[in-house]
Write a protein that binds this ligand. Sequence first.
Ligand code: FES
Length: 219
Amino acid sequence: MAHDNIKNSDSVVNSGESFVQRPPSESTRRTWLIACGATGGLAAVSTAVSFAVSMSPSERARSAGAPVEVDLSDIPPGGLKTVEWRGKPVWVIRRTPEMLESLKDIDSKLADPNSDRKQYPTPDYAKNQHRSIKPEISVVVGICSHLGCSPISKFVSGPSANLGDEWPGGFLCPCHGSTFDIAGRVFANKPAPDNLEVPRHMYLSDTKLIIGKDKNGEA
Ligand code: FES
């Protein structure tokens, strides 16, 4: 299926348990990707930089804001794929039934369980418990709503020295301790004022996703 002005994503796939912190504040737009340090990540950077250099200034500007197409077929259950959209890391997670189960019965512990807050308005199709179109696929921007660090994945549920006795699995921001569930909803009484952003997105097929665009238009 052909789509104008949609670029293929630069991406890194991992198990969801080994992720690298993004420096706070104004890092270069590719720092988060370089920080991943994985062979695949570095290869992606090399490819992306070569691609960027080969484009004209106007092409680069258009590409920087363009929606990105994501292949979902290589994300295993419980896996997390990081793609770049507008210089931001976007996490695409294939959630397991256990992960989805962890989203139930925790509303009272969350600051905004229904995604009503407005710092990062949530698209209507993600205003649900799993914050996504398809329950098994999560799409969130991996930048903390407090001061912009990149949370780290803490997908293993259960008692944890840092996360308490009833940790359901999710994300921990290493900068000031905000925690998020596996749908990116922030827990109450944490510095982060809002849930992780859900970018506009839509499906082209069961294995193809577009970030930065939905049926209402581009973000
Ligand atoms: S930047 Fe995440 S808690 Fe402060």
